[in-house]
Ligand binder design. Structure first.
Ligand SMILES: [Fe+2]
Length: 220
């Protein structure tokens, strides 16, 4: 079952229109150029209590009408096997801090400034094309870390796999111990992506494409 978007009728139509554009801007992948996405630490802030709403729109919680603060970003991509074949039924989870640097976690920093409208966590199950999509905010730095979005990929018969996605060209990246811990430049590039203005976006929305190349194809 696919998670629903949880948006009002009008917003939902607008959201889906944005999705089409986001997919069109996603670059093609060539099998011979595939770099396996490096694994990164899960970190301490995977929600210790999941939100009531775990859909793929992190900007609105359930039927809320006030969106989260931050730069609206459509983050999409594909979950692929080592040969570039799409992986379906992969559970993709993301979590990140809100615009004020607070996670959805009881031990987060900046708890007093938490944005109550930000969902902080979302989930999407890939279809046969291996695609996932989230609407969220462009990640921001918090003390000790360059901006990043945490990812977990869960597949039947496999252990939970985690990584982090970074903003290409961000000045904080070269100073970030976890980003730098990936020594191979190609692998680092694989987790560092453009957050670019979405073509024809009415309100300055951004789009980022992050494909994840796993080291294996799951048994079906
Ligand atoms: Fe983090």
């Amino acid at each position: 079952m696919h998670p629903h978007f949880g948006l009002s009728h009008v917003n939902r139509r607008r959201f889906l229109a944005g999705v089409g554009v986001a997919f069109l801007t996603s670059p093609g992948l060539f099998a011979e150029a595939l770099t396996r996405t490096p694994k990164q630490t899960e970190g301490p802030f995977y929600p210790d209590k999941l939100p009531l709403d775990t859909d793929n729109d992190l900007l609105l919680i359930n039927d809320g009408i006030t969106p989260a603060a931050g730069e609206v970003t459509y983050v999409s991509g594909r979950i692929l096997g080592p040969d570039g074949s799409p992986i379906r039924n992969a559970v993709v989870e993301i979590w990140q801090c809100d615009a004020n640097g607070a996670y959805l976690h009881s031990r987060t920093g900046n708890a007093d400034k938490q944005d109550k409208n930000f969902q902080g966590f979302g989930r999407f199950v890939t279809g046969s094309d291996g695609r996932y999509l989230f609407r969220t905010i462009k990640p921001v730095p918090y003390p000790g870390r360059t901006p990043h979005i945490h990812y977990a990929v869960k597949m039947k018969g496999r252990e939970k796999w985690t990584t982090q996605c970074y903003i290409k060209g961000h000045e904080g990246n070269p100073k970030d111990g976890i980003w730098k811990s990936v020594r191979d430049e190609k692998e680092r590039d694989a987790i560092t992506v453009d957050f670019a203005p979405l073509a024809n976006a009415k309100a300055g929305e951004l789009a980022a494409t992050f494909d994840i190349v796993m080291g294996y194809t799951p048994e079906l």
